[in-house]
Each structure stands twice: as C-alpha cells, then as structure tokens.
Design a protein. Structure first.
Length: 273
C-alpha cells in the first residue's frame, strides 16, 4: 500500500533536512494541542497489547486509554521508579506523565516537549505538586548535568534531528548508573543504524526487544476510535495523511508494520559510571 500523497510529501521534506523535520513535527503537534479540546490525544503512541501479560489494573478514568498506558507500563516495567527523579522527553499532551506520576510514584517528574502549546495544555490539565512541564529540544535539554535517575522516551525520537545528539544529551543529564527507557518505530532498513547509534553512545544495553506484534495488537483495538477522533480534528484533505501517521488499521504505516518493513523496538539502557 502506498503512502497518502500528503504523507509522502511530508516524509520527503523530513528526509531532506533534519531541522525541517523538527519544524514540521512542531507544527503538527501544536495543531493537535490547539484543536483537541476534548482531550482525546493526551496519549499519541500506538499502544501495546500482549495477550500473555497479566491485565494491568487501572482506575476507571484511565480505561479509555488502556492500550496507550500499557505501552508506557511495558517500557518502564523493569525499573523501580518509586522516589526517583524522572524525566520524560517528548511528553506530548501529558497523559503518559500523569500515568507515571499516579501509578509509579516518582520523587519528581519533569516533562519536556518541542510543542509549547502542548506544554501549556499540560500545565493547565495536570497539576501535580512534584511535576513540572517545560518546552525544550531533545538535543538541548533544559536540565542540569547528572541530575536525573530515569529518562523515558516513548515513540518520539523519530522526529529528532539527530539520534546521536539526543543520546549524548540523555547521557549528560543522567546520574551515574541512571536509566533510559526507550521505545520507537523505524523502517526495518534503519534498525541496524539505530542499534549502532545506541551502542556507540556509551550506554549499557540492559534489555532490547522487538514489540511490533504487540503494537499491532493494540492498533487493532484502537483504530476505529482513533479514526473517528481524527475526523473531528482535521479537514477532509488531511485525514488520510493523519490516518497514516496514526497507523490506523490497513493504512500504509500499519501495513508496513504488519509486513515487517517497519519495526517497533524497545530498549532499557543504563549509563556507565
């Protein structure tokens, strides 16, 4: 299946310049934060569903976001976040941060995102005494050296100008022996380069797994609802592109995940002393 023509143009422009890619994504995320008054997009990841996992216990208010929350839970499940200083890079509209704060009980949480509009919405909606929300760049984090216990990055790095630059920044802000919990999707042809960048960054790879099938399971559950939400936020001409972007069932991105042309990976990394 071919990408929608608007998606194809977006991908082509993004590939032509790393900074242009950042600018384009900045505009997309600002638009979503402005238009989504109903709060349907407080999570923007693809989700996670493993039929073999014990069902995650959630409060009633969180059930509509179950599959998106389960991705966060999977990414951080091997780390004890209790009483830790936690940083999320690419926090978006703040749903993941709210989950981490309410269920994992860190000492503090800082959410950083490229979109100043998304950050403003986070400040308005999620008022935790031990949380703060900052606008910033992934390769120039407004955070002190050696100050963070755990960094979390969920389905955001594909927007960044430089993966090595991002990893270097995370290394800078983490305490010795601090952790980075990371997941994202890449074209299959780029997976080897991503793995090489991670190993070259100096992090110890504690865990690495491919979770494409679990992400597809989640997409099968959320596609119908997400498709309806997209229809309420975008003019008709942009809806097919946004359906691709959201990997709605049977769109080009969904099909690439299903065929193996695109993969979804998860890493747990630890900083060397």
């Amino acid at each position: 299946m071919q990408l929608n023509w608007i998606t194809a143009i977006f991908v082509g422009l993004s590939a032509s310049s790393s900074r242009l890619r950042q600018t384009l994504w900045h505009r997309v995320y600002n638009h979503l934060a402005n238009k989504d008054t109903a709060g349907n997009f407080i999570f923007m990841n693809y989700g996670y569903q493993d039929e073999n996992d014990t069902l995650l216990s959630l409060d009633k208010q969180d059930e509509p976001f179950r599959y998106y929350i389960q991705l966060y839970n999977h990414v951080v499940k091997d780390i004890d976040l209790h009483d830790k200083k936690l940083l999320e890079i690419g926090c978006g509209r703040g749903g993941g941060g709210a989950f981490l704060l309410r269920y994992k009980h860190p000492k503090s949480y800082t959410g950083i995102d490229l979109s100043e509009t998304a950050i403003a919405r986070c400040k308005q909606q999620f008022k935790f005494n031990n949380a703060k929300w900052l606008q910033g760049l992934a390769d120039a984090l407004p955070v002190a050296d050696n100050s963070i216990d755990v960094a979390v990055n969920v389905e955001s790095s594909h927007c960044y100008p430089s993966m090595p630059g991002f990893l270097a920044e995370v290394n800078r802000i983490l305490k010795p022996d601090g952790y980075m919990a990371f997941c994202d999707l890449r074209p299959a042809a780029d997976i080897e380069k991503l793995d090489a960048d991670i190993h070259a960054s100096g992090f110890n790879v504690i865990k690495h797994n491919v979770i494409t099938s679990q992400v597809i399971n989640a997409l099968d559950h959320v596609s119908e609802t997400r498709d309806a939400q997209i229809a309420t936020l975008f003019p008709f001409i942009f809806r097919k592109a946004m359906r691709d972007y959201a990997a709605i069932k049977d769109t080009a991105v969904y099909t690439m995940l299903k065929s193996g042309k695109m993969q979804y990976v998860c890493y747990l990394l630890q900083k060397n002393e």
